[in-house]
Design a protein around this ligand. Structure first.
Ligand code: FAD
Length: 319
């Protein structure tokens, strides 16, 4: 019987889906023990109900002004204090920009272990995680001590909310000081209406898209599919799109149900960010392009002919 803490993330006033995945993982890890959560921000308490309905028995909240936007300093201090208060055996976070940054900092401070980028959980508990840029999966068992886990979005099944469940809300007075950085302004650069890292469907473009104008063809398909638009570094380097859209080793790691790669060669650094997608469709005019080695479905052809045909066909059934 273990106690497991989840650090939940809120974006644009919405609880992130990966935090619900983290709660599902926490319940499996707790093996019948207690699952608690922490959430920060002005509207933190508003999310306690959803966290309760997904398995948290207690939710620590803080509306401290230093936590309104993420900074490593403030979140490290806040999470450290919550852990000292709650005393969990394990802490689960999303493998997001925040989770990747804060988990190792706090784990090192408190002497916890860390298994990052977990994509599956088996009895034991055994943690499954991709290695060698997604070419293989490693199973890791943590034999002793307390532990941090970060969960890659879109990999753990989220159970239905149980309206009968509630969580006790515990507002916490945190002592956050000596901040070395403050956020003055947030300038958003987004790839579209759908958040790339949690999208179920991604239409992604590479250097083969040839221009920023060419990306409009991809946005039209994405609009019909309710998809996010991503890109290879080749496309970002060529200034066809913003780096916030980059997928790969030095970009975002995504695991959508469907990944449509258009004019992307399939370099190992790109595959590192998308090869765990459930279904991969590649459109490339070169039949020898390496992307076809990871694709479930390959279309050899000019993307400027193929993508509009797909858009038109999907429109008939989806719109
Ligand atoms: P290209 O390799 O130029 O491929 C373009 C493809 O488009 C070709 O296969 C071509 O046949 C096809 N094509 C052309 N015209 C058409 C058409 N009309 N219709 C259909 N197909 C067409 N890359 C990433 O993506 N993400 C990363 O995070 C990343 N990190 C890196 C980190 C390091 C340290 C290094 C060294 C490199 C990294 N790269 C990364 C770069 C990576 O090695 C490749 O250079 C990059 O992925 C290539 O992008 P691309 O596939 O769009 O371009």
């Amino acid at each position: 019987m273990k106690k497991v803490l989840v650090l939940a993330e809120v974006r644009d006033g919405q609880l992130r889906n990966v935090s619900l995945e983290a709660l599902a993982a926490a319940q499996a890890l707790a093996e019948g023990g207690e699952v608690v959560a922490a959430v920060f921000g002005a509207d933190a308490a508003a999310h306690a109900q959803a966290l309760g309905q997904h398995g948290a028995s207690l939710v620590y909240t803080s509306d401290h002004s230093a936590l309104a936007q993420y900074t490593a300093d403030a979140y490290t201090q806040a999470l450290t204090q919550i852990i000292e208060l709650a005393g969990p055996d394990a802490v689960v976070l999303g493998h997001t920009a925040i989770g990747r940054d804060v988990a190792p900092r706090v784990a090192a401070r408190l002497g916890y272990g860390l298994v990052s980028d977990v994509t599956g959980l088996e009895a034991g508990p055994v943690f499954v995680r991709p290695i060698y840029a997604g070419k293989a999966f490693q199973q890791r068992k943590f034999v002793d001590g307390k532990i941090f886990i970060t969960i890659r979005p879109n990999n753990i099944a989220v159970g239905a909310a149980d309206p009968a469940k509630t969580a006790t809300v515990v507002p916490v007075e945190l002592d956050i000081k000596d901040l070395r950085s403050i956020v003055k302004d947030v300038v958003r650069k987004t790839s579209g209406k759908v958040d790339l890292s949690e999208a179920k469907v991604i239409v992604s473009g590479g250097r083969g898209v040839k221009s920023a104008e060419g990306f409009k063809t991809l946005y039209e398909l994405a609009d019909v599919l309710g998809a996010a638009v991503g890109a290879s570094r080749g496309a970002c380097d060529a200034d066809y799109c913003d780096y916030s859209m980059q997928i790969g080793q030095t970009g975002k790691v995504v695991t959508p149900d469907l990944y449509i790669a258009c004019g992307i060669s399939g370099a190992i650094q790109h595959l590192a960010g998308m090869s765990s997608s459930k279904v991969i469709v590649a459109i490339n005019k070169d039949p020898e392009a390496p992307i076809f080695q990871v694709a479930d479905y390959g279309i050899v052809g000019d993307l400027f002919e193929v993508v509009p045909l797909l858009t038109a066909e999907f429109k008939k059934v989806l719109v």
